[in-house]
Design a protein around this ligand. Structure first.
Ligand SMILES: *Cc1c(COP(=O)(O)O)cnc(C)c1O
Length: 317
């Protein structure tokens, strides 16, 4: 929906971080745009704001940011680049629910923001999502695209006497069953978040010593960002260490998983663009060395302490 609302067309360029899920890029390719991949920060997997401007051309239409692990991108810098060049900003806030940049909720800063309620997110309806439209100029069209390109919402409000096909659109509506499932969790947001934040803090305290002894790196939260405990990740010193740690944890009944494969190195993107893919070293580092530890609502303190103990054991041996 954001891609349609942004008026993305054949020949446009959209700047997207490479270290992300395919859903960040697909909507723009589907509208005929060319996706231009940008590197991550050295400190965290978010888009490197100082790497954006060099990718801007007269064809650039939008900048897409992903708040990885619910930690805000450098939105002050990114919004000022976008304003300077007259570009739209689309936040992939899939992981950003209940997290902030300075005092603003993620998803309220760019022109559009997409949230996810997939089963891996803090609140879940199994599948589902939410588009936030922060510029009221787009509200009318958004409601039409949302409902299959019809003006049914205006009809329900009594503004027209029958509804009609007025624009492109699709069936972006959630079912009521899904919405009810999600609503109950919204009512309980605070306790759900508190539980996740406690788990995250336990991991951090339990593993700090291993960072001090240079065995791994823990997530860094920039001063402008809050942490909504979406993901707890480690950065290991090499792909081999990660592979060994994954199998050690697995043999102890612990499921730890890596995360995104950089999109610029994907089979599909290489097939689209025959030229050598750009070198995006930070993105590739996260693809090779980042590891996610279990983090979900039903994880208890004892289990987290067991996982911490096993990680210490691994590095001691
Ligand atoms: C989960 C996720 C998505 C996809 O969300 P869906 O609800 O499955 O469409 C997109 N981007 C990021 C960064 C995600 O974490």
């Amino acid at each position: 929906m954001a891609s349609i609302l942004a008026g993305i067309e054949e020949g446009d360029e959209v700047i997207v971080p490479s270290y992300t899920f395919v859903s960040t890029a697909n909507p723009f390719l589907l509208r005929g745009a060319r996706v231009i991949f940008c590197d991550s920060n050295a400190e965290n997997p978010n888009i490197d704001a100082s790497n954006i401007e060099e990718h801007i051309t007269p064809r650039t239409k939008a900048i897409v940011v992903v708040h990885y692990a619910g930690i805000s991108c450098d939105m002050q810098k990114i919004m000022s680049i976008a304003n300077k060049h007259g570009l739209l900003v689309i936040e992939d806030a899939a992981q950003g629910l209940d997290s902030y940049h300075l005092n603003r909720p993620l998803g309220s800063i760019g022109h559009f923001a997409a949230f996810s309620f997939h089963e891996t997110k803090n609140l879940s309806s199994g599948e589902g999502g939410m588009l936030v439209v922060n510029d009221s100029n787009y509200h009318k069209r958004a409601e039409i695209i949302w409902d299959k390109g019809t003006n049914r919402a205006a009809f329900f409000r009594g503004e027209v006497d029958k509804y009609n096909w007025v624009d492109v659109g699709s069936s972006f509506l959630p079912s009521e069953v899904m919405a009810a499932f999600l609503y109950a969790q919204l009512d309980d947001l605070e306790s759900i978040q508190q539980k996740r934040k406690n788990s995250w803090a336990l991991y951090y305290q339990g593993l700090e010593g291993l960072e001090e002894s240079n065995h791994l790196r823990l997530p860094k939260i920039p001063s402008y960002a809050t942490n909504n405990a979406q993901i707890f990740y480690l950065i290991l010193s090499s792909p081999l260490v990660r592979e060994r740690l994954i199998s050690f944890l697995k043999s102890n009944g612990i499921q730890a998983t890596f995360h995104y494969q950089s999109l610029h190195n994907s089979d599909y993107f290489k097939h689209l663009h025959k030229e050598e893919p750009a070198l995006l070293p930070n993105s590739e580092k996260y693809s090779d060395q980042l590891l996610r530890l279990p983090l979900h609502y039903y994880l208890n303190e004892e289990e987290i302490k067991y996982i911490i103990k096993k990680i210490h054991e691994f590095f001691e041996s």
